[in-house]
Write a protein that binds this ligand. Structure first.
Ligand code: 5GP
Length: 207
């Protein structure tokens, strides 16, 4: 009789890197994912000013340019990039600590940062969030009310460029309905946890 196979799925956490143009709804999708799953999201440092309602340490760590440059020198960031004239960076210390604990980690970062991480850590899961259409993207950014006409124009122009990078990612998820997008990402996470190359050692050690 065949021995019953017991697979311990408690392997190390997975690193999810999520990008997409401004207005694609990455923030909303990530928030819903976190509410429904045991995932930790990294809080970035930025030199951009806080938007109304943004909270220090929850949305970002808001720092000035000098402080950011000092932290680059101290090698504090896993990656950093200049986006729309401001610096954004992923603080290094916590990310791998959480992954080691077996918890999944989300980095919601721009394409430049995502591609840097991809070349250093290809085991990550790279997900690109797309808006249902460019009209919808424009209306989402406009309705947010946080952009000046100038920054709205910058973000819209950048969106076309950014979307052309979707093919560098492992998965593309269209965010039409947030709940559907969340379900798709949960399915991706589940499928990735079954990738043989990720669980090979665990499996071989068991039988
Ligand atoms: P926002 O100003 O709309 O919050 O963010 C602008 C862009 O910066 C978004 O594409 C966001 O994903 C990206 N971003 C936020 N944090 C980081 C980070 O730590 N590193 C990089 N490379 N991009 C980031």
């Amino acid at each position: 009789m065949q021995k019953r196979l017991k697979i311990n799925m408690s392997v190390k956490g997975q690193l999810l890197v999520i990008s997409g143009p401004s207005g694609a709804g990455k923030g909303t999708v990530c928030k819903a994912l976190l509410q429904q799953n045991d995932i930790w999201i990294s809080v970035s440092a930025t030199t951009r000013s806080p938007r109304v309602g943004e909270v220090e340490g929850i949305n970002y760590f808001f720092v000035n340019r000098d402080e950011f440059l000092k932290r680059i020198d101290k090698d504090d960031f896993l990656e950093y990039a200049e986006v729309y004239g401001n610096f954004y960076g992923t603080p290094k210390s916590k990310v791998f600590e959480v992954l080691e604990q077996g918890r999944d980690v989300i980095l919601e970062i721009d394409i430049q940062g995502a591609l840097k991480i991809k070349s250093a850590y290809p085991e990550g899961i790279f997900i690109f969030i797309l808006p249902p259409s460019m009209e919808e993207l424009k209306s989402r950014i406009t309705n947010r009310g946080s952009e000046t006409p100038e920054s709205l124009k910058t973000r819209l122009e950048a969106a076309y460029d950014e979307i052309s990078f979707a093919s560098k990612y492992d998965y593309a998820v269209v965010n039409d309905e947030v709940e559907d997008a969340v379900k798709k990402i949960e399915s991706i996470i589940t499928a990735e946890k079954c990738r043989v190359f990720k669980i090979k050692d665990e499996l071989l050690g068991r039988y």
